[in-house]
Design a protein around this ligand. Sequence first.
Ligand code: IMP
Length: 173
Amino acid sequence: MTPELIPVLSAEEIDLLVSDLAQRISSDYQGRDLVLVAVLKGAFIFLSDLVRKLTIPVKIDFIQAASYGSRATSCGQIRLAKEIGVDIKGCDVLLVEDIVDTGLTIDYLLDYLRSFQPRSVAVCALIDKPERREREVPVAYVGRGVEKGFLVGYGLDHAEDYRHLPGIFHLKL
Ligand code: IMP
């Protein structure tokens, strides 16, 4: 059976959400030393759109946790596949994530980032999917809450497919 793609957010809707987040972040972090740390690979498109809409200077780095791979559920085991390379001690850090699902990844990454003694660490996620949440994680900036379903497009993948789609879709296998 061919997988079905049900539209959730169009490219235009995502653009508005990202503009709104960029406006809030620019205003909240005015005059601060902000480092955006994006979680690979899913957040790569979100980060690139977000930074171009910010009106404040920022530094950028990437981090990678072990991903879902071809699985549609988290096994609960997180490991770091790529460490940060920028010195974040004393800086304000914004962890940029595509989607918060169980919260295990963000929980793990927040602990990791805090070990470098930044001034503050907050989370910005394009999608908040609280249905399967296992860890209460503080997500300061949320683009859109989505009740359930496995989402693809705009950087989000299923077995490395669909990342290139400009919109976000619910994938029905
Ligand atoms: P968590 O640890 O369960 O919160 O999962 C975080 C990671 O799982 C995200 O960064 C995504 O890479 C992946 N993920 C969770 N839900 C989805 C989804 O609906 N589509 C694609 N990837 C997802």
